[in-house]
Design a protein around this ligand. Sequence first.
Ligand code: ADP
Ligand code: MG
Length: 323
Amino acid sequence: MVEAKAENIKVVCRIRPLLSNELALQSQFCLSLVNETSISIQGKNYTFDRVFGPHDSQADVYDFVAKPIVDDVMNGYNGTIFAYGQTSSGKTHSMEGDLDDPVNQGIIPRIIQDIFGYIYGLDSRFEFEIEVSYVELYMEKIQDLLNSSNTNLPIHETEKRVPYIKGVTEVQVWNPDEIFQTIQKGRQNCHVTATNMNAVSSRSHRVFMIKIKRTNTEDQQTLFGKLHLVDLAGSEKVSKTGAEGVTLDEAKMINKSLSTLGNVINALVENNAYVPYRDSKLTRILQESLGGNAKTTMLICCSPASYNAAETKSTLMFGVRAK
Ligand code: ADP
Ligand code: MG
């Protein structure tokens, strides 16, 4: 029996602390955390599966957002975790954090360690093969972060009509360190553009994929699980970044793929017959890991600073719509 789809989609909100430059500018903390599941800004309440505040640790967020997905992926289900929010809201901090620091590690390093912990805990009957890929989507083009000469990779479909990225590098890994080295390599190939938000704004989506094949050597039964970990492009509006020319085109495409993502999740939550996966490359890549039995978690990242209030509200609305 297929479970109710809405139960497979979790929306979690994380509010970062005010940053030192915001404190220096005497920016105010403009939100209040009402309880574990709701938040209030300018007199309006927003409710999620869970809300994390500025004092909640990387470990707290991981345990709720990602840990439960490990079991599913090891048992042949697909999963996706997204970080959504404006630039500087804490997406990369939440997804990657500091790879080398056990306290400040984000979701990706923690989930990798848990996957291997799971494998090491099983008896020798089971064999595993793990492959990772890392791509960046920029202006609707797929760039392979593990092979910089693989630009503009096409999406093809299997016989069963499952989309996949043709020609993407898949690195077979045997331990967490090999995955970390792969991530470091990918990071060096990432695209970033400066904007007048006094920050380096990420204009691209970054998708880290982990494919797990589990074989029971006694009966040769195999299970395949796939996990997509996605650090989305900044969701801020064009006007705020003062983007012009090429960056205006960029912003339009980013807005398009983010709104398509919203539409896809909304269609899944409402159990619609038609889900507009084909409207963006991002949702096509993720198609197999969104909907059906796949577990999806959206981490809605927000800045608490008063000058970001309008963006924060639109981010909260995006999250609420997915519930
Ligand atoms: P984004 O990827 O959304 O643009 P970042 O993850 O780079 O944002 O976060 C912006 C800044 O805020 C970084 O300096 C980051 O270290 C800091 N930051 C974000 N979230 C937290 C948090 N929960 N606790 C402490 N610092 C944070
Ligand atoms: Mg980032």
